[in-house]
Design a binder for this molecule. Structure first.
Ligand code: G4P
Length: 536
C-alpha cells in the first residue's frame, strides 16, 4: 500500500473524561468492535483505586497497567485506529496534556447524571486551545440523568463548545427505549442485555412513519418527533469542515456498559475524524505525506523491573515511514540512532514492527537518551513544538538523605524528570534543587522510585511558591531586567532546559512584580510564542 493510502486509513485519537464517566468501558467496547479483544473486562482500568494499598503503591500498579494501555490499536472497517490512553487521576494531568499533543482528535465522555465535571473542563480547554476536533459521547443513558437539552446546554456553557447532536435518546433510565440516530436516520432499540454485541437498527427515513409508533409506542414517538424538531431548530446542521476546525462538536448518546450507541459513534467517527495531520516544527510545517521520516517523543515509560533501567520512549510518527534498523537523527544531541526492536501496539500487545506510518506510535527502547519533546528525523535540523511545561502547583526542596548515594540520587532525579514525573528547578542563588509537581502524590512517587530503582533516599523541605513563571525580558541587556534579576535574585531559578524561572510566593507578588517590571514578561507556560502574559 502506498504511503498516502496508509495515511488516509489512520485515525489517532484520545478519550478524555472525568474519572468514572466510562472511559475504560468505552475503550473496551471500541476494541470489541474491532475484534481486538474477545470479551468484556479485558481492558484494565488505569484508574487509581482508593482502598487497601497506599496511594503510591497503587500508582505503581497503575504504572504497570498503563504500559499495556498506552496505545491501543485496532482495525475496523479497513481503518487503523490508534487510541492513546490518558491517565484519569488529576495528579497526572500533565501526562494527559502531553498525550494530547500526539492525537489528531478526541472523544469526550460525559456521565449523563453528573454532567460536565471539573477534569473534563480542564482537558477540553487544552483541546480548544489546540483546535483539536472533538466528539462528545454522553454515557450511562440506562440510568436516570439530566434531560438531553439541559445537558447539551451545559456542555455548551461549561465547555465553551458549539454542539450538534448526531443521535438523540428516546427516554432515559428506567424508560430508556433506545436512540434515534440522526446521522444514519435509523432507530436503535435498547434491550438492556449487556452481553449483546450486535445491535439491531431499524431504518426510519421518515419520522412521520407510523412504524415508529409501533416500535416505541405512541407517546414516546410523539415526544421524539417534537424533540427532533427542536433539535433541528436549535442546533446547526453537522458540517465536517467546522468539526475539523474544532468549531462544531457532534454529540452522541448511549451506554458504554451496555454496548449501546457505541457502534453508531464508531461508524461516524471513522467517517468524519481527521487522518494524521501536519505538525509545526520550529522551522516549518511538516506534512505526513513527506517521504522523509520525522516524529517526536511524547511519553517515556520506565521499565517496571527496577533491575533494568531501560525505558520505552513513545514516538508519534508525523511524516514518512519509520523503519527498523535504520539510522535516524536524534536532533537535540545530534546523534545518529538505530532501533533494532521498535514496538508497535495492537490492542494490549506489543510487537516488533519493521515499518510504521504517520499517525502510528512506536515504542523505542531507550537507555537514557530521550527526553519528552525530543525530535527524530532523517537528518533535518528541526524541533517539533508544542510540548510545553505548565507551572507546577506544589514545590519542595529535595535534599539528599544519604551522602554516600549522591550520584545515584542525581541520576535518579535526572531520569525521573526526563520521564515527565515532575519538574526540577535549580535556584540561581545557591544551586539548591526544587521539585515542582501537579499533584501532591508525585512527591511520594518520586521518593519511592528513587529508593527502589536507584537506591537513593531523599528528604523534602517545604517551600512556599504560588506559581513558577518563565521569564521573558524584552531586552536582556536593559537596566530594568538587570534590576529585576538583582532584586528578585532569591526567587530565580533555572528549569531543566536552562530557561529562567521566577518563583512568585503569592498572587499579589506576581501582580506587583509585573507592574514594576512591565518589560519583563512572566509566563505560566514554558513555551510562550503566543506571548500570553501570566495572570495572578
Ligand atoms: P473511567 O475509565 O472513565 O474512570 O470509567 P469506567 O469505564 O471505569 O467506568 C466507571 C464506572 O461506571 C464503572 O462501574 C462502569 O461499569 C460504570 N459504567 C460505565 N459505563 C456505564 C453505562 O453505560 N451505564 C452504567 N450504568 N454504568 C456504566 P464501577 O462499579 O465503578 O466499576 P466496575 O466494578 O463495574 O468495573
Amino acid at each position: 500500500m502506498s504511503l498516502q493510502k496508509e495515511i488516509d486509513r489512520r485515525k489517532t485519537f484520545g478519550i478524555i473524561s472525568h474519572p468514572d464517566a466510562g472511559k475504560t468501558t468505552l475503550t473496551e467496547k471500541l476494541l470489541l468492535f474491532g475484534g481486538a479483544i474477545q470479551e468484556a473486562g479485558a481492558v484494565k482500568s488505569n484508574k487509581i483505586k482508593k482502598g487497601a494499598t497506599s496511594d503510591f503503591m497503587e500508582i505503581e500498579r497503575q504504572r504497570g497497567i498503563s504500559v499495556a494501555t498506552s496505545v491501543l490499536a485496532f482495525e475496523y472497517d479497513g481503518i487503523k485506529i490508534n487510541i492513546l490512553d490518558t491517565p484519569g487521576h488529576k495528579d497526572f494531568a500533565e501526562d494527559t496534556f502531553r498525550t494530547l499533543t500526539a492525537v489528531d482528535s478526541v472523544i469526550i465522555v460525559i456521565d449523563v447524571a453528573k454532567g460536565v465535571e471539573e477534569q473534563t473542563e480542564k482537558l477540553v480547554e487544552v483541546c480548544r486551545m489546540r483546535n483539536i476536533p472533538m466528539i462528545v459521547f454522553v454515557n450511562k443513558l440506562d440510568r436516570e440523568g439530566k434531560d438531553a437539552f439541559e445537558l447539551l446546554d451545559e456542555i455548551e456553557q461549561k465547555l465553551h463548545l458549539k454542539v450538534t447532536p448526531l443521535s438523540f435518546p428516546i427516554g432515559m433510565g428506567y424508560d430508556f427505549k433506545g436512540i434515534y440516530n440522526i446521522w444514519e436516520k435509523n432507530v436503535n432499540l435498547f434491550s438492556g442485555d449487556s452481553r449483546k454485541n450486535i445491535e439491531e437498527t431499524i431504518e426510519i427515513e421518515d419520522l412521520a412513519n407510523k412504524e415508529l409508533d409501533e416500535l416505541i409506542g405512541e407517546k414516546a414517538s410523539e415526544t421524539l418527533r417534537e424533540e427532533l424538531e427542536l433539535v433541528e431548530g436549535i442546533y446547526p446542521k453537522f458540517d465536517r469542515v467546522a468539526y475539523l476546525a474544532a468549531e462544531l462538536q457532534p454529540v452522541f448518546f448511549g451506554s458504554a456498559l451496555n454496548n449501546f450507541g457505541v457502534r453508531e459513534l464508531l461508524d461516524c467517527f471513522i467517517q468524519i475524524a481527521p487522518k494524521p495531520q501536519p505538525k509545526s516544527s520550529n522551522t516549518r510545517l511538516v506534512k505526513p505525506e513527506e517521504k522523509e521520516f520525522s516524529g517526536f517523543v511524547f511519553k517515556i515509560h520506565a521499565n517496571m523491573d527496577p533491575k533494568h533501567r531501560d525505558r520505552l520512549a513513545f514516538v508519534k510518527i508525523v511524516s514518512g515511514t519509520f523503519e527498523r534498523n535504520t539510522n535516524y537523527m536524534h536532533v537535540r544531541n545530534g546523534k545518529k540512532m538505530k532501533f533494532s526492536s521498535p514496538n508497535a501496539f495492537f490492542a494490549e500487545k506489543k510487537q516488533i514492527v519493521d515499518v510504521s506510518y504517520p499517525g502510528d506510535i512506536v515504542g523505542l527502547h531507550d537507555t537514557g537518551n530521550f527526553k519528552i519533546g525530543d525530535t527524530l528525523t532523517e537528518g533535518e535540523e528541526m524541533k517539533y513544538k508544542g510540548i510545553p511545561s505548565f507551572s507546577p502547583e506544589f514545590f519542595k526542596y529535595i535534599n539528599n538523605a544519604d551522602p554516600m548515594k549522591s550520584k545515584q540520587l542525581e541520576k535518579g532525579i535526572d531520569q525521573l524528570m526526563d520521564e515527565g514525573v515532575a519538574q526540577l528547578f535549580t535556584l540561581e542563588l545557591n544551586g539548591r534543587k526544587v521539585v515542582g509537581t501537579v499533584g501532591a502524590l508525585q512527591f511520594e512517587v518520586i521518593q519511592y522510585r528513587l529508593e527502589h530503582e536507584y537506591g537513593a533516599t531523599c528528604r523534602y523541605e517545604n517551600l512556599n511558591v504560588h506559581k513558577a513563571c518563565w521569564v521573558e525580558p524584552k531586552d536582556p541587556k536593559s537596566d530594568e531586567f538587570k534590576d529585576f534579576k538583582r532584586v528578585k535574585s532569591k526567587f530565580l531559578a533555572k528549569d531543566k532546559r536552562g530557561q529562567l524561572v521566577f518563583f512568585a510566593d503569592s498572587a499579589f507578588t506576581l501582580q506587583m512584580t509585573q507592574s514594576k517590571y512591565p518589560n519583563v514578561k512572566l509566563h505560566f507556560v514554558s513555551e510562550f510564542e503566543k506571548n500570553e502574559k501570566a495572570k495572578a
